[in-house]
Design a protein around this ligand. Structure first.
Ligand code: GDP
Length: 366
């Protein structure tokens, strides 16, 4: 079969993977002007759907944007900063200003201090070598903070274009759709525009006569937990409601399992509490460290779930990293799952995640 190209975005049409660029159902192949599902949704429903970039396309995109003049709006998932921050963003920006947007604020406990989260985001971006003009916290899903952000975008873009960038799953489509929803009048004006050299169209939302807001396809971060679990499990581990912290008082030589996707061994230290911030639907099991391996061998996928059967087929084995935590108020971050706050210093823990997923420490967010 010769290659068929989507008339909307230029991606090669394929019928096998609905999450990849150019996907169209078999039935679409019988039509005359074939377009991919993403362009179909855009054309008929004004609805933006995310598709991931391949690495080459991503490099091309970096190149294109750093050569253009415009404001960059980078979205991160506030619940998974490590997994959702784009590592090469400094290169992407060139001289362009950046606004950092923390999305999914609705899942953080209400008691959280917004200024502290912003400060923390600024530090985290600085650590990655990225200087940002401003930081906004929003919930794209609940349409909170969108109007304020929209005003800031207008101010910082200074009559220029806007590029919205983010990794897959940060809520970029939800955000763009919310933005369009609240900015009446532009609904029919969304188009797909081509950047030469990339296979994918950027979605072009006109802001005025001369300038546009461009939605760029989602960048894949390989150490995101999302890439290792089934669609069903992804629904379970992604918090959809305000996260209710669960507190465990542990003695040394005790273990917590987060479903069967991660594990935390309290190796040494005085009795202390461990405050777990995860999706409310992930069951937590406490056991003795000496029994932990056996429990996993016998019960992963049943008592210790997720993973479900589909995830277990593809899940790499759990791998441990040992941390000697000196400072009080430290978070152990399980990328894509959540984090555990340890209020006291001087403890030794080993944190297990599927090989390839990231686990790290930070100063406590809450
Ligand atoms: P994209 O891949 O970046 O385009 O992400 P989507 O817009 O498809 O969103 C990914 C997932 O995050 C979906 O399950 C959304 O429902 C969810 N989501 C997006 N925005 C929010 C938000 O503000 N709060 C919460 N709780 N979930 C969100």
């Amino acid at each position: 079969m010769s290659e068929i190209i989507c008339q909307g975005c230029g991606a090669a049409i394929q019928t096998t993977d609905s999450k990849q660029p150019g996907y169209a159902p078999e039935s679409a192949l019988e039509k005359e002007d074939i377009i991919c599902k993403r362009c179909f949704r855009l054309k008929h429903y004004n609805e933006v759907q995310d598709v991931p970039y391949q690495d080459d396309d991503f490099l091309n995109m970096l190149n294109q944007i750093s050569k253009s003049k415009g404001l960059i709006v980078q979205l991160v998932d506030i619940f998974d900063f490590n997994g959702s921050f784009i590592p090469g963003l400094k290169r992407l920006t060139g001289q362009n200003p950046v606004i950092l947007v923390g999305n999914k604020m609705d899942v953080l406990p209400k008691s959280i201090n917004h200024n502290k989260v912003k400060q923390w985001l600024r530090h985290a971006a600085n650590d990655q070598g990225l200087k940002v003009e401003a930081i906004y916290l929003i919930s794209a899903q609940k349409e909170q903070g969108i109007d304020e952000l929209s005003k800031a975008i207008d101010k910082y873009r200074d009559h220029g274009d806007v590029y919205v960038v983010g990794t897959t799953n940060v809520g970029k489509s939800t955000f763009i759709n919310a933005l369009i929803n609240r900015t009446s009048g532009v609904k029919d004006a969304i188009t797909t525009s081509y950047f030469p050299g990339t296979t994918l169209g950027f979605i072009d939302i006109p802001l005025d006569e001369e300038n546009s807001l461009f939605d760029t396809p989602g960048v894949i971060q390989r150490h995101q937990m999302a890439h290792y679990v089934s669609d069903q499990d992804l629904k379970v581990i992604t918090p959809r409601k305000e996260v209710k912290p669960k507190v465990y008082q542990l003695n040394e030589q005790q273990t917590l399992y987060f479903g069967g996707l991660a594990r935390l061994d309290f190796e040494a230290g005085e009795r202390t509490s461990f405050i777990c911030y995860l999706s409310n639907e992930i069951p937590i099991h406490r056991t003795k460290l000496e029994k932990a391996d056996e429990l996993y061998r016998n019960h992963v996928g049943e008592l210790l779930t997720p993973p479900d059967l589909e995830t277990m087929d593809q899940l790499p084995p759990l791998k441990g990293v040992t941390f000697k935590i000196k400072e009080p108020k430290t978070d152990i971050v399980f990328s894509g799952l959540g984090w555990v706050t340890v209020p006291e210093g001087n403890v030794v823990v080993t944190a297990y995640v599927p090989e390839g997923v990231k686990v790290s420490l930070r100063n406590s967010l809450i």
